[in-house]
Design a protein around this ligand. Structure first.
Ligand code: SF4
Length: 213
């Protein structure tokens, strides 16, 4: 059985929950959501996800290499205490490595706040993710309109909500896309579900537990 390193011992770049392997490649994020788990905890599942420094691509790959053969993982997911699109080139390199050494045997998912085009203004983010073999994208929308989004997610960028919608629209042509929202008191979940339905993408509501996602 794969056992987590004690959360107190060291920060984890790679961690796992059930049959999924997760990659925590950055602690940077273009949002500052008031409900973000980073404000309340050091990690999840016994793993410490507060990074002392951003790992190099080689470090991410070597940590992944240590555990990738320990189990028949269902998915490898870019999801940690930060936004993976803050390190697009790292994501692309690691995906290339996975596809080179493991082919299509494992699914790759990106969990994102959907601000990839704001963070990487001169890049064709969706196309680049497709080219390296990403299978699925899960976008945290978390609000039914721009005003609510700004209150809850406190983004660095202007017009972030509109850009997230645009990201979903572009991504759905190339990937399986899921939109998620935390059931926060300020949020009209049925309206978000309606947005997802109109965009023809899956929707999943996540329970709000204070101090957790
Ligand atoms: S987008 Fe995600 S990582 Fe960023 S602040 Fe919000 S909950 Fe935290």
């Amino acid at each position: 059985m794969v056992k987590p390193v004690s959360a107190k011992k060291r920060s984890s770049i790679v961690y796992w929950l059930g049959n999924n392997l997760y990659l925590n490649i950055t602690n940077k994020c273009s949002n500052n959501c008031y409900f973000c788990i980073r404000n309340f905890k050091n990690g999840v599942g016994g793993f410490n996800l507060k990074l002392s420094k951003e790992p190099s691509v080689n470090k991410v790959i070597s940590e992944l290499q240590n555990v990738i053969n320990l189990k028949n993982w269902r998915e490898i997911v870019f999801c940690g205490f930060g936004e993976p699109m803050e390190r697009l080139d790292c994501v692309l390199e690691v995906c290339r490595w996975i596809r080179h050494y493991y082919g299509k045997n494992v699914s790759i998912r990106i969990d994102t706040n959907g601000q990839g085009y704001l963070i990487n203004r001169d890049r064709d983010v969706i196309k680049e993710l497709k080219e390296v073999g990403v299978d699925k994208i899960s976008v945290s929308l978390n609000a039914h309109d721009g005003e609510t989004y700004n209150q809850i997610c406190r983004p660095t960028f202007d017009n972030a909500f509109e850009s997230v919608l645009d990201f979903i629209e572009k991504a759905k042509d190339m990937f399986k896309v899921e939109v998620t929202a935390v059931a926060l008191p300020e949020v009209d979940i049925s309206k978000i579900e309606e947005i997802a339905k109109k965009m023809n993408v899956q929707f999943r509501a996540r329970e709000y537990i204070q101090g957790f996602w």
